[in-house]
Design a protein around this ligand. Sequence first.
Ligand code: PEP
Ligand code: MG
Length: 315
Amino acid sequence: AAASVTAEWDGVGRTADGRVVPVLANVGDGAGAAKAADARAEGVGLFRTELAFLSAAEEPTEAAQRAVYTAVLSAFAGKPVTARTLDAGADKPLPFLSLDGEPNPALGVRGLRIARVPGNGDGVLERQLAALAAAAKETGVALKVMAPMVATAEEARWFVQRCRAHGISQAGVMIEIPAAVLTADEIMAEVDFVSVGTNDLAQYLFAADRQSGPVAALNDPWQPALLRLIGLLGEASARTGTPVGVCGEAAADPGLAAVLVGLGVASLSMGSGALAAVGATLAGLTVEQCRERARAACAAADPIAARRAVAALDG
Ligand code: PEP
Ligand code: MG
C-alpha cells in the first residue's frame, strides 16, 4: 500500500520537517530527459547510457556518443545529472561489447567488469568518459558518473582514477552486489557517492533471476532482507559522510520511498511517472516518521507484512 498523500508536491524534494531529499529521474535518452524535466525532476539520478546503443553493431564514435549525452544533459542545465557508464551484459547485451556464450551471463562479465577484460573492453570506457566530460562542459551540467556492477573497493578505486583523469570530479559506483554492501565503508572511502540498484541488489541477494516470473516474489523490493541490507548502507553513509541514493524500482513506490529515507537514503531516482507521488509523500512525513516506517518494514517477516505494517502507520 502506498503511504497516504497528505501534501501536494511543490517540485522540491523534502520531508515535512525540511530534510532535503532530491527527487530525480531515471532516463535513457534525450526524449526521456525532456519528459522528466517536464515532470519537474530535480535532476537525473540514473542515465542508463547503454539503452541508446542496444542495437549498435559497432562501438559508437566519441562524437556520436557525445551527441546522445548532450541531448540528455541539455534538458537539465544547471542541475545534477548522474550518468552510468555502459551496463552491458546479462539482460542488456550490447552487440559490440558483451561476451558471447557465457553459461551464466548475470554472474559473468557485465557492467564495469567488461571494461577490465583485456582485449575486450579496451578503451571503450576511456572514450565514453571523454564523451561524457565533453557533454558536461558543453551543457554546463553538474555531471556525476558512476559504474555499474561494482563488487569491491579495488574496482571502485580503479574506476574513480579513470574518471579523475577525464576531469570528472564526482565519481561513484552502483551498489548492486551484496558484497559491496558488506564492504561499504571501504568503498565509500574511494568514491564521492553511491547509488543502490535495488533491481540487481535483490536479484543477487536472493539468487533469483530478475527476469524470471516464477521467482518474482523473491525480488519484491519490500523484502525485509533487502531493506535490512539497505539499512546497513545507510549506517555506513552516516559513518563516512558519503551519500547514498537509490535508483532502482524501489524508489518509485511512494510508501517504500519513505522507508528508504528512514533507512538513511539521501536521494531517490525513478521513472518520471512516479516523481509527483513520491515528492508528495515525502512532503507529508517527517524524517522520524520515515524512520518509524523503516523500523516497521525491516522488522516484518515478509513483504506483505512489511507493506501492512507501514500502511498501519498511515492509518
Ligand atoms: C538496478 O539494478 O536496480 C538498476 C537501477 O539498474 P538496471 O535496472 O539498469 O540494471
Ligand atoms: Mg542494475
